[in-house]
Design a protein. Structure first.
Length: 390
């Protein structure tokens, strides 16, 4: 699907007198936030962290947006792409939400984008990393407060080359997200002069890695770059260390290899290097305050998912203040959202023309069970969006 949805199309809906779902102007009405996130299943922890971050931002500002109370409408996406259009339609047409916030899963995002195009519903993506959402399928009413697979992996290619690695094996699951991640690393690494000696694709969602680790050992690369996440990330890092490869072949990865998994990975993760747009150890006033507030509220340290939820809230707070709480003028609201700049816990954040965050990507190394920041791998990185037409 390739969208041709443009700002002019949105304007024509309004000028024709058609009321977009959730477009309320009465200051007495609450602002409805429709959360389409996973609250059961494999990605439950991610959905809860995003929700926690969002609710923390709201609570710090009196649970109001532009002078109006906030009402949450939570719908379990189940990380199920086949249910995405129906669930999105229920929030927009049934519950009449003002904003849709979600999803985690990129496959679910594809279904949501179709409904966002049809209805003009303002949609904020707080995690799903598919590049198309802010490139081929971009539209004025869709914003991303997270990342793309390319954005978090591309900087590691230059890091690997600068550290003297010339021959690298890459490995991930055989699915779109993993391939997009590897493509970012491979692009930067080969541009610098490196060679990808082998790209290994593991059937999704398999976690039996022994045969692939034996293959890596026989290839004897300078380093290995990988994208796995969740339980797959835990299994790969543990198996990599148990195989003895960790001592001779450095393991590099996208930050989601270890994000949220440090306790489960344990000692096996020590020394693993990743790139990501956040680290809980960032030593800035904004992040120190955020970490303290999050820990006080929820009894644990925040991760990238929590920050993405928090920044979604801060985006809404700033934009709704700018429009005086009016969600009826969609053009004005979208312009306000587009203009937001945040001093986020992750660092400075602003939006590109395709509504993707321009942000720092950090080099992190696991030391004593924490993601210690080694520096900025790429400052204010903007993603390629040449196919975006809006």
């Amino acid at each position: 699907m390739k969208t041709t949805f443009k700002k002019t199309a949105l304007a024509s809906l309004i000028s024709a007198g058609l009321t977009l779902a959730g477009a309320a102007t009465a200051s007495d009405d609450p602002v409805k936030l429709g959360l389409m996130l996973p609250y059961t299943g494999t990605y439950t922890a991610l959905g809860e962290a995003i929700t926690n971050g969002l609710e923390l931002a709201m609570s710090q500002h009196g649970n109001q947006l532009g002078g109006r109370d906030v009402e949450y409408v939570k719908l379990d996406s189940e990380a199920n792409p086949s249910k995405a259009p129906q669930n999105m339609s229920r929030l927009v047409r049934g519950d009449n939400v003002d904003f849709v916030i979600g999803p985690v899963h990129s496959g679910v995002a594809m279904g949501m984008l179709r409904v966002a195009q049809q209805t003009g519903a303002v949609t904020i993506i707080p995690n799903a990393g598919l590049g198309a959402a802010t490139n081929e399928l971009c539209m004025p009413n869709v914003f991303r407060t997270s990342h793309s697979m390319w954005q978090d992996s591309y900087p590691m290619g230059k890091v690997a080359y600068d550290r003297g690695h010339r021959r690298v094996v890459t490995i991930t699951w055989d699915y779109a997200g993993g391939k997009e991640d590897l493509a970012g690393f491979e692009q930067a690494f080969t541009e610098a002069g490196g060679e990808i000696t082998e790209q290994i694709l593991v059937p999704f969602p398999g976690t039996e890695f022994q045969s692939y680790l034996a293959q890596i050992a026989s290839l004897r690369p300078d380093a290995v770059y990988t994208f796995f996440a969740g339980g797959g990330g835990v299994s790969f890092v543990r198996d990599y260390a148990a195989s003895g490869l960790k001592d001779s072949i450095p393991l590099l990865g996208s930050g989601f290899l270890t994000e949220g998994n440090l306790a489960a990975i344990g000692e096996a993760g020590e020394g693993v290097m990743t790139t990501l747009h956040y680290a809980e150890t960032l030593d800035t006033p904004q992040n120190r305050a955020f970490v303290e507030a999050y820990r006080d509220a929820y009894g644990e340290l925040p991760d990238a998912y929590a920050v993405q939820g928090y920044d979604t809230g801060m985006l809404l707070l700033q934009a709704m203040e700018a429009v005086g709480g009016d969600t009826g003028d969609q053009d004005r609201l979208i312009e306000a959202l587009s203009s937001v700049q945040l001093d986020s816990p992750r660092g400075p954040l602003r939006f590109s023309g395709s509504h993707h965050p321009i942000q720092n990507i950090y080099l992190r190394e696991i030391r004593n069970g924490r993601h210690e920041v080694q520096g900025i791998a790429f400052e204010n990185l903007e993603v390629p969006d040449d196919a975006c037409r809006m």
